[in-house]
Design a protein around this ligand. Structure first.
Ligand code: BGC
Length: 753
């Protein structure tokens, strides 16, 4: 009953949006779910033991040596199907930014590269997340993949974390809604999407050995809430458990996470697949909720292969559990429509030109204008001399590294291999072929637009001095498997920016980075555009924003701290362990190998609990460089006529007016102050909507709040509790902004977990 109401709230929020998101909000009709379950049941009943065992472990194609050999596409994973039952072979590929092809394991196989997920989150537009998912899912299908490991939704707890670019920011409501929409888009192609990494894989340093400590209620109110919302909206057929431990047990053998929270409390019917190399046991993992071992060759032993068969035969794992594991895999295969709509046998043509526009729209809406003194932007197309500096802006835009790396259409004009570090074997510093220089030249055909590479600050300053304006392309490469040890720009780019800014007062900075960077030069430059990793049309998107062909409308999905010390942890935890292992490896110690890289285990105390991101900065009275939700536009917006409907449910109504002279899009945000299980009282994002308005136009907005977003998780009662009382609220442009204020009086409410 209550569950139905929760789903309905999400649906009504999505459908109420001025962007048409009705398609995202539809939930699967109950009849289909029923039939998927009974069909899965019937299949399990007709399977032999060997057939069942075949579905619970996957090969890692680059390393697998099955006997007899089988044909596998070089990619993340392969699980042979069962032709006599029409159960398809599962061909798995990464990931959320497009069909990945890290270090070009499939020579010449390109795909459309979306911007980094954090850029998609910055659009605050679930429709774009959905469309991106539809697009990459279609490409996966056309390339004969049927499982896309797309759907990273770990909350950004630390601004420096290496994988933040693959995630959707620091807020559970924003991340949950965006991930749900993206997954729904992928699965609209009748293929499988995977939500990941469940849970608390919040840093890369020592990810295979670290033990994440947090109290359970706080985890429910933060990371798990993002997973829960995304799962309700997107119905992912599979969930990928994380590498790390959570409160003492590895996530892939964590009874509380997998059995209690996911399967019992949330009623999740799909399957739990492990991350690659994240399995550490047979019986414990199986009994505690893992359904499938992925990339089994990466584990210390193949726990779900012959060892599993032995455990079944010896009765250490009941057959009923194996049946449940298989039923869950088949449920996902049937529920997504994959069973009835198998992927083609061979690769099909792809409309890359149309897909590039999907990537470009997401890039354009995700860029965040952080600073624009004296309205320097948009640039006049009459500028005579513009010099671009650094960041390989003559040929392309940077992308993030690791398993999500797409080999984009157009190739990689710059690709730098790594000589060391945990990512060295599967990541290269890669630029997509989308030249900001060419895109800017196209928009300012009468100007002289030139490029200097920025390696020599003096030469760059000299070039800037003679120009009408200089645009520095600052970059910071981030990757899976490694955390940057500093948030400062690498390669002495701060010196470069200082030199250029001193030579030309009109120096704009375009930042290509997976998250916040430190900006010691901020007061000496008039304009800053956060372009993230903008994907394969990033160059065009940057040019369109700079010249005002597109109004900037991105908002920060993570807080940009003024310095590392403002963050809950100023640097990755476990660096000592990591450096010790690296030193041993360099000294020739051959025992330092494997997924953990010889890093000694350590704990990470997530003491901020549910107060992630902006809630942490508010609780510690820290003034960040730029707050969560922040972003400038080329026009102005005004809020008025706040009306609060409260009692049993909270709905907030207000008007947004474009009071400027240009068309543009705003993202009004609702923040409600509420008490957490830990007793803190931060304002929380409880709703948002992206709204495009012509000059002078007014739109009426209604936001209905999912009560869990403002509730506390009551461990004793094992459910959500909304206490009766007064809830102060604000409509603002970013966290901490006081636009319209009011208070709601709400009735007590209990909601099942
Ligand atoms: C990553 C996953 C990815 C998998 C397969 C792992 O290292 O953590 O996100 O899906 O590899 O490539």
């Amino acid at each position: 009953m209550i569950f139905a109401k929760k789903t309905c709230l999400i649906a009504s929020l999505l459908m109420g949006g001025s962007m048409n998101v009705a398609a995202i909000a539809q939930t699967a009709p109950a009849a289909v779910v029923q039939s998927a379950e009974s069909r899965a049941d019937a299949l399990v009943r007709s399977m032999t033991l060997d057939e069942k065992l075949q579905l619970i472990h996957g090969y890692f194609p680059p390393m697998a040596k099955p006997v007899p050999p089988i044909a596998m596409i070089p990619s993340a994973g392969h699980i042979p199907g069962i032709p006599r039952l029409r159960i398809p072979t599962l061909r798995e590929s990464d990931a959320s930014l497009g069909v990945a092809n890290q270090i070009e394991q499939r020579k010449g196989d390109v795909a459309t590269a979306l911007p980094a997920s954090i850029a998609t989150a910055a659009t605050f537009n679930p429709t774009l997340a959905y469309e991106g998912g539809v697009m990459i899912g279609a490409e996966a299908r056309a390339k004969t993949f049927n499982v896309l490991l797309a759907g990273g939704v770990n909350l950004t707890r630390d601004p420096w974390a290496g994988r933040n670019f693959e995630y959707l920011g620091e807020d559970p409501w924003l991340a949950g809604v965006m991930a749900g929409a993206h997954i729904k888009g992928v699965q609209s192609n009748h293929i499988i999407s995977t939500i990941k990494h469940f849970a608390l894989n919040a840093q890369e340093t020592g990810r295979n050995v670290l033990d994440a400590h947090i109290d359970k209620a706080s985890l429910r109110e933060s990371d798990l809430l993002a997973f829960q919302i995304a799962t309700e909206i997107g119905h992912p057929a599979s969930v990928m458990c994380a590498y790390n431990k959570v409160n003492g047990d590895y996530a892939c053998e964590n009874d509380w996470l997998l059995n209690t929270v996911l399967k019992k409390d949330w009623g999740y019917k799909g399957w739990v697949m492990s991350d690659w190399g994240a399995v550490h046991s047979t019986e414990k993992a199986a009994i505690n909720g893992l359904d499938q071992d992925s990339g089994q060759e990466l584990d210390d032993a193949m726990f779900f292969d012959t060892k599993f068969a032995e455990a079944i035969k010896a009765g250490r794992i009941p057959m009923s559990r194996l049946d449940d594991m298989v039923r869950r895999v088949l449920f996902g295969v049937i529920d997504t429509g994959l069973m009835d709509n198998p992927v083609p046998e061979s690769a099909q043509p792809i409309d890359y030109a149309a897909h590039a526009l999907v990537a470009q729209r997401a890039a354009e809406e995700g860029m965040v204008l952080l600073k624009n003194d004296r309205n320097l932007l948009p640039l006049a197309k009459t500028a005579k001399r513009i010099v671009l500096i650094g960041g390989h802006a003559d040929v392309g835009v940077l992308s993030g590294g690791g398993s999500s790396q797409v080999r984009s259409v157009g190739g990689a004009p710059v690709e730098i291999p790594l000589s060391k570090g945990a990512a060295a074997s599967f990541a290269r510093i890669t630029w997509h072929a989308s030249s900001p220089l060419k895109a800017i030249q196209a928009l300012a055909p009468n100007a002289s637009v030139t490029f200097v590479d920025g390696t020599d600050p003096k030469a760059a300053a000299d070039a800037a001095r003679g120009a009408d304006m200089a645009i520095v392309f600052a970059w910071a490469w981030h990757t899976e498997a490694q955390d940057p040890e500093s948030m400062a720009l690498p390669d002495e780019q701060d010196t470069l920016i200082e030199a250029v800014a001193a030579a030309n007062k009109k120096t704009l900075i375009v930042v290509e980075a997976g998250g916040p960077i430190l900006m010691p030069w901020i007061d000496r430059v008039p304009a800053i555009l956060q372009a993230w990793y903008p994907g394969q049309r990033g160059g065009e998107a940057i040019a369109n924003i700079l010249f005002g062909d597109v109004d900037p409308s991105g908002r920060l999905p993570i807080t940009f701290p003024a310095s590392e010390v403002q963050a809950p942890r100023p640097e990755p935890v476990g660096l000592d362990s990591l450096h010790a292992a690296e030193a041993r490896r360099e000294a020739g110690d051959k025992t330092v190998y494997g997924m953990s890289g010889g890093v000694a285990p350590f704990a990470v105390d997530y003491h901020e609990g549910a107060d992630v991101g902006y809630r942490w900065y508010a609780a510690t009275n820290a003034k960040p460089l730029f707050p969560f939700g922040y972003g400038l536009t080329y026009t102005r917006f005004r809020y008025a006529n706040l009306k609060i409907e409260d009692g049993a449910q909270l709905t907030v109504h207000f008007d947004v007016t474009n009071s400027g002279k240009r068309a543009g899009a705003d993202v009004p945000q609702l923040y409600v102050q509420a008490k957490s299980a830990a007793g803190t009282t931060a304002y929380r994002l409880a709703g948002f909507e992206k709204v495009a308005l012509a000059p002078g136009e007014t739109r009426h907005i209604s936001l209905t709040v999912d009560p869990r977003v403002i509730a506390r998780f009551d461990e004793a009662a094992q459910g959500w509790k909304l206490d009766a009382g007064r809830y102060p609220l604000r409509i603002g442009r970013f966290a901490g902004d006081i636009g319209l204020t009011g208070a709601a009086t709400l009735n007590a409410l209990s909601i099942r977990p």
